[in-house]
Design a protein around this ligand. Sequence first.
Ligand SMILES: [Zn+2]
Length: 113
Amino acid sequence: MHEMSLSQSMLEIIQEQAAIDGFRSVKVVRLEIGTLSCVEPEALGFCFDSVTRGTVAEGATLDITKVPGHAWCWSCSRVVDIERHGDPCPDCSGYQMQMRTGDEMKIKELEVA
Ligand SMILES: [Zn+2]
């Protein structure tokens, strides 16, 4: 499952950070998820709970912010926001689009104890 491998890599990042900063538990993990990533926040929360059991991140809450994807529109010659793969340009309704970002997930901040 996609969410399961994401949860595992999040846990690895958190554990590396715990080793550097020396915190003992994580309360909140603030995440940014691109709207093009097809990540289900609920499924991610569920997987995260199960992979973090017995670790510093056990019981941490996920605070997820969805960020729109960006694409370059050749007709408008500028970067526009799009919600889904295959969507037309919101300005000119054209399909001459080149994806820039939107399918990434990153940890913005950890609230630790
Ligand atoms: Zn356009």
